[in-house]
Design a protein around this ligand. Structure first.
Ligand SMILES: COc1cc(O)cc(C/C=C(\C)CC/C=C(\C)CC/C=C(\C)CC/C=C(\C)CC/C=C(\C)CC/C=C(\C)CC/C=C(\C)CC/C=C(\C)CC/C=C(\C)CCC=C(C)C)c1O
Ligand SMILES: C[S@@+](CC[C@H](N)C(=O)[O-])C[C@H]1O[C@@H](n2cnc3c(N)ncnc32)[C@H](O)[C@@H]1O
Length: 342
């Protein structure tokens, strides 16, 4: 359990109950705040006395457990349920909405995530908050194409192979991935259901598993995966620091964390246009296409609540990852963060 409390300086911080360690970040009210630097957290007890008195009063009285859901302040207990309802409601229109909202650009971002990953034959991928399977399908396409290229090279190099031997090599579906596998883990049954239907319709079977699970408490052993991905998912998680620690736990030493998420736009003109587009157009599209204004209002608000590239990088480092870097895509509308468990 993560709690917002006031630090000695009178500013809110995050406390994790045992056995988890103290975390440096809070995600309370309508903004992020670094505990050690004592930033203001808008929306959190604005009338509370500041300074040491405020700190004492709050820690003595009780520990607040507020967080946000878009621009709304809610209790931590409420947030998970609200996020669940959003994705339950949008699941059937999720894919079409993404194409409409981004005019297909989300596909390029997801392709870039795969190119950055550069999986090798045998890569074991865990795609958390994997939803309808976009990352998993791209992964399977990538490793299959890579394996086929390798197989062709080998077959061309080998002399005197019979036609049966060649055909067998091509037809062995399990082997067509070179031992790579992907597990899609998501908390929402409806999103997974759509993903499974898509997999069936598009003929994906080998090397793919669907698991219902929470990013904050992954149902996997330690040191199990080569790569952990989370695309447009971490923004929705209540305790992001906990999800990052879980990512670290399930990765093998040497494993890689990759996160594709909305971030802060670094071009002022684009930022203005993007704001107008987000707040004036996206909820309208949500209403017209998915019959759901509120969920798309939540989407654009949650994007504004997510920490900047640099802030998120520090959170990933706090979870124990090394060599943490990020790359902005489309002027920072989204960013890919990468880190290693070393
Ligand atoms: C509930 O939670 C969720 C639900 C989901 O379905 C999905 C997610 C996760 C989300 C994704 C996987 C991707 C979702 C995509 C976005 C949120 C959009 C990202 C945005 C872009 C790639 C484009 C950025 C747009 C701009 C920089 C602004 C462009 C400005 C304008 C077009 C003018 C400003 C708008 C007006 C004056 C309003 C009047 C216009 C209209 C009524 C026409 C509507 C216009 C369009 C549909 C055109 C949109 C244009 C583009 C997309 C052009 C892109 C251009 C560039 C990138 C430079 C989830 O969590
Ligand atoms: C915007 S979708 C992203 C789906 C997919 N990764 C993609 O890129 O299209 C966000 C997903 O996060 C999932 N999610 C939200 N909170 C979660 C949690 N605590 N654990 C696992 N999945 C979660 C939602 O159910 C939803 O499927």
């Amino acid at each position: 359990m993560q709690r917002c409390v006031l630090s000695d300086s009178g500013h809110p911080t995050v406390k994790m109950a045992a056995p988890r360690s103290w975390a440096l970040w809070s995600f309370c009210g309508r903004g992020w705040s670094r505990a050690v630097s004592g930033y203001r957290v808008p929306g959190l007890r604005s009338s509370w006395p500041r300074g040491p008195l405020g700190a004492r009063l709050l820690s003595q009285e009780k520990e607040a457990t507020e967080t946000h859901f878009g621009f709304e302040t809610v209790s931590e207990e409420e947030k998970g349920g609200k996020v669940y309802q959003v994705f339950e409601s949008v699941a059937k229109k999720y894919d079409v909405m993404n194409d409409m909202m981004s005019l297909g650009i989300h596909r390029v971002w997801k392709d870039l995530l795969l190119w950055k990953m550069r999986p090798f034959p045998g890569t074991q991928l865990l795609d958390v908050a994997g939803g309808t399977g976009d990352i998993a399908f791209r992964f399977l396409n990538y490793v299959q194409a890579q394996h086929q290229r390798k197989q062709k090279r080998q077959l061309r190099a080998q002399q005197n192979l019979s036609w049966e031997e060649i055909a067998r090599k091509y037809q062995n579906e399990e082997d067509s991935l070179g031992g790579s596998r992907v597990m899609v883990c998501d908390i929402n049954k409806e999103m997974l259901k759509i993903g499974k239907q898509k997999a069936h319709a598009q003929g994906y079977k080998a090397g793919l598993a669907w698991i219902l699970g929470d990013a904050e408490e992954l149902p996997f052993d330690d040191d199990k995966f080569d790569v952990y991905t989370i695309a447009f998912g971490i923004r929705n998680v209540t305790h992001i620091d906990q999800a990052l620690q879980e990512a670290h736990r399930v990765l093998k030493p040497g494993g890689r964390f990759l996160c594709l998420e909305f971030s802060q736009v670094n071009n002022p003109l684009l930022s203005r246009l993007y704001d107008v587009y987000s707040f004036q157009v996206i909820p309208v599209l949500g209403e017209v296409i998915a019959g759901d204004w509120k969920s798309y209002q939540y989407l654009v608000e949650s994007i504004r609540q997510f920490p900047s590239q640099e802030e998120f990088k520090e959170m990933i480092e706090d979870a124990g990852f090394q060599k943490v870097t990020y790359e902005n895509l489309t002027s920072g509308i989204v960013a890919i963060h990468s880190g290693f468990k070393l």
